[in-house]
Design a protein around this ligand. Structure first.
Ligand code: CO
Length: 193
């Protein structure tokens, strides 16, 4: 498992709900947490590890010692969004890029956890921001889609550099072509979603 970077096509995939929570899914989630901590992130969505599932994880403490702060969201639904706040965001699929994003300040999200229990959280501040950012990933929406014109211009050179790096890696054969990627996502979806 590895983190895919912009502009990898899986980041634009709109994922389907998972059908069940089982040992294999728990193993995937454990791996996602390890990866997220290794990259010092506070959230990671399945799309970012090249998986087409409606699943993301969050740990605002961003360290494995803070196990109690680990949150897993399976088939999440945001049922309410309120207020308005702006803060800098980054994303593990956009290394070293940070930009101000305006989002609702509070949200209510329901989901299933790794035990298969229904959970519901009323969130504000960083937690609400992280959950909305990760939730976007499941619909193929990226934080760069939510930038204002100034921020968009500011990050443009960094995005161009990522696009060039992606094409270079693909040229080396390290990344499959779009058709192979979408075929693999469809296969995975037919198994679990
Ligand atoms: Co992200």
């Amino acid at each position: 498992m590895h983190i895919v970077k912009y502009p990898h096509p899986t980041l634009r995939h709109r994922s389907k709900p998972l059908r069940r929570v089982d040992a294999e899914l728990r193993r995937l989630v454990a791996e996602m947490f390890e990866l997220m901590y290794a990259h010092k992130g506070v959230g990671l969505a399945a799309n970012q590890v090249d998986l087409p599932y409606r699943l993301f994880i969050v740990n605002l403490a961003s360290e494995p010692a803070a196990k109690q702060d680990e949150l897993v969201f399976i088939n999440p639904v945001i049922t309410s969004r309120k207020g308005n706040a702006q803060d800098d965001e980054g994303c593990l699929s956009f290394p070293d890029i940070f930009a101000p994003v305006r989002r609702p300040e509070r949200c209510v999200v329901s989901a299933y956890n790794l035990r298969g229990d229904f959970v519901r959280y009323e969130l504000s501040g960083l937690a609400a921001r992280a959950v909305q950012h990760e939730y976007d990933h499941l619909d193929g929406v990226l934080f760069i889609d939510r930038l204002d014109e100034d921020a968009r211009l500011t990050v443009r050179p960094a995005l161009a550099a990522l696009e060039l790096a992606f094409e270079t890696e693909r040229g080396r054969g390290a990344i499959p072509d779009d058709h192979q990627i979408s075929r693999r996502l469809a296969e995975l979806e037919s198994l679990r979603a």
